[in-house]
Design a protein around this ligand. Structure first.
Ligand code: M6R
Length: 607
């Protein structure tokens, strides 16, 4: 989604903005632009469709703005196609802005302003906000901003400059995230902490409708009534290396390799005396005893982590779990309320649909538990209970290590829940926890045998379409394997419950069509093998992910990735690794932009 950076200080503003925007590239974008107060105190705007490099090339050609204050933006198109004209910043006369989010009532405002003779040149909701600010402008930026945000519906983070207030940057947000970085004689605004980490680790989290004013003498923050307020300065615990590639060709590969550490960082502080202990997250055995059912609500990969959670919780704790796609949950009038627990899983903690689902759950009287990676994000702050995953910054759009720690937390939670409701005793719980603790080492060993996944990937690059199949936990895993492949390789793929194929989908199988069969569950193995044979005998090229000990007959698989012996229940923790690597290498072989796949955004902050 869109990224915002703003700067006031002693450095070359354009360099800081471009550097900051490059750190936000992972969010996904299709155009970029900046607006800088030049040394003659006039605003110089440069923008371009496409990658940040296009903007840099354009500035090299047309002249680079030089000054010490300005705003920058990477746009992920919502209103209007990606184009130079729709790129941000947008100007409304005396006011120039960059915007992340969606102004839902932009049409009404546009009509209102058009009636007053205001004209528009782009298709964007952002230009409407810029023109409204200009229309309301009375010489006092704070008053104008407080008045204007009363008229704006939807979500926004805005970076604003006023032509007659040179070298001052204003910012305000509602729903969409924005931080204010504070350095030595310099200050920043940014959609996310990585954009400022080269300069400072200290930042303020801007709350709803708070306004930040960045000047040469520092940062002032105001509430929505224009009253000055004091805020707690936070310090990021990420360092610059954590957001670099560390010698890997892509962030995605680096993040796949970081999974063992991410698991250790996430689970070890939550294990005491060999048992799960989630007390610091506000969860005790007593809390868990009182829930009659659990909803897990999330989007994309996070929802797939919820699917693993469902199988595990239901299997060992025997508590009913409903997994919902957040965008469906919020509009399907769910039967949820007091006595229910709603778990929201999110890497970014800012996903608009997940956030709205959480608000709905709270309104309906359910308790909410957030499982979130990004510290201080909206979902993390607003949930009743919170378990942070400690994956560190995830930059690649395709989520890997965040998924891994989400499922690790699902396991810990399920073990604690099963103990709380008396379905397992402490000895069994200790046995399960000990197995979970073994997974980082097992993953480290798996990562040493990447060659087979490279070979499998090379066999997929000419495919137009493929299927992932599995049963039970393997089906949950297939969903993630399939999403990973399609989002970065652009090959159409679907995941299917293996037993369901014969009810229609099997008609798609044709000679040479790849089918990736995940068969790690001993209990269901023979059943899955029968389904594999059904597709194999119709010409499918079967790639089998199963235990190393299984030697497939010729009528079962063409290629096999072997996994070590492990308990069925915990198999997803290790079996997902070859699925991630197959997706990664397929994308690499196809020459795609692995970390920034087309059309996708890292953090989906609009509906
Ligand atoms: O930040 P979130 O975990 O809430 O994001 C949810 C999805 O948008 C995200 O998992 C998406 O599906 C990823 N691109 C998958 O790799």
């Amino acid at each position: 989604m869109c990224g915002i950076v703003g700067y006031v200080g002693h450095r070359d503003c354009t360099d800081v903005l471009i550097n900051g925007l490059s750190k936000l590239e992972y969010r996904g974008y299709d155009s970029a632009g900046i607006a800088v107060f030049n040394h003659n105190q006039k605003i110089h705007v440069a923008k371009s469709k496409g990658r940040l490099q296009n903007l840099i090339d354009r500035m090299n050609q047309d002249g680079k703005p030089t000054g010490c204050a300005g705003i920058g933006h990477t746009r992920w198109a919502t209103h209007g196609e990606p184009s130079d004209i729709n790129s941000h910043p947008h100007s409304g006369g005396r006011v120039t802005i960059v915007h992340n989010g969606i102004i839902e009532n932009y049409k009404e405002i546009k009509d209102y302003l058009a009636d007053k003779g205001v004209t528009f040149s782009s298709d964007t909701d952002t230009e409407v906000a810029a023109k409204l600010l200009d229309y309301n402008y009375n010489g006092s930026p704070i008053e104008t901003i407080t008045e204007t945000i009363r008229d704006l519906e939807g979500s926004y983070a805005l970076g604003i400059i006023f032509a007659d207030h040179p070298n001052v940057v204003y910012a305000v947000r509602k729903e969409s995230p924005l931080i204010v970085g504070v350095g030595e004689n310099e200050s920043f605004i940014a959609s996310d902490v990585p954009a400022v980490l080269d300069y400072t680790k200290d930042y303020y989290l801007l709350e709803h409708e708070e306004i930040a004013v960045l000047t040469e003498s520092g940062v002032q923050i105001y509430d929505s009534f224009g009253r000055k307020i004091q805020k707690e300065l936070k310090t990021a615990d990420w360092d610059v290396e954590a957001i670099g590639k560390g010698g890997y060709e892509h962030f995605m590969l680096k993040e796949i390799h970081e999974q063992p550490t991410a698991i250790r960082n996430t689970i070890m502080p939550r294990i005491k005396d060999g048992l799960p202990n989630l007390e610091e997250c506000g969860i005790t055995l007593d809390t868990l005893r009182n829930f009659r059912q659990i909803f897990i609500v999330a989007c994309g990969t996070a929802m797939h982590a919820g699917m693993v959670g469902k199988y595990v919780i239901e299997k060992i704790a025997r508590v009913p779990v409903i997994v919902d796609i957040a965008s469906e949950f919020r509009y399907r009038n769910p039967i949820v309320g007091e006595g229910d627990l709603v778990i929201i899983i999110s890497q970014s903690g800012e996903t608009a649909d997940s956030k709205a689902a959480m608000h709905l759950a709270k309104k309906m009287g359910a308790k909410t538990l957030a499982i979130v990676n990004a510290m201080g994000s909206s979902i993390a702050r607003e949930a009743d209970m919170l378990i942070y995953t400690h994956a560190g910054p995830e930059i690649a759009v395709a989520s890997t290590k965040a998924y891994m720690v989400q499922i690790a937390v699902m396991y810990l939670f399920a073990f604690e829940m099963a103990l709380a409701v008396g379905k397992i005793d402490e000895d069994e719980c200790r046995r399960l926890v000990a197995m979970l603790e073994e997974t980082p080492e097992m993953i480290e060993r798996l990562l040493e045998k990447k060659e087979m996944t490279q070979y499998i990937a090379s066999s997929l690059i000419t495919a137009d379409s493929l299927l992932y199949i599995g049963r039970g936990l393997d089906y949950a895993l297939s969903m993630e394997g399939s999403l990973k492949l399609k989002e970065i390789s652009y090959i159409h793929s679907e995941s299917y419950a293996a037993g369901e194929l014969k009810h229609g989908t099997i008609s798609l199988i044709h000679d040479g069509m790849p089918v990736i069969a995940v068969a790690t569950q001993k209990e269901l193995f023979d059943k899955t093998v029968s389904n594999i044979q059904e597709v194999k005998s119709r010409g499918a090229k079967v790639i089998l992910i199963c235990r190393d000990s299984y030697e497939p007959e010729t009528n079962t698989a063409d290629l096999k990735f072997g996994l070590p012996e492990f308990d069925d229940l915990l198999m997803p923790m290790i079996a997902v690794v070859p699925l991630q690597l197959i997706a990664y290498y397929t994308s690499v072989h196809k020459g795609n932009d692995v970390d920034k796949p087309r059309n996708l955004a890292k953090s989906v902050t609009v509906e």
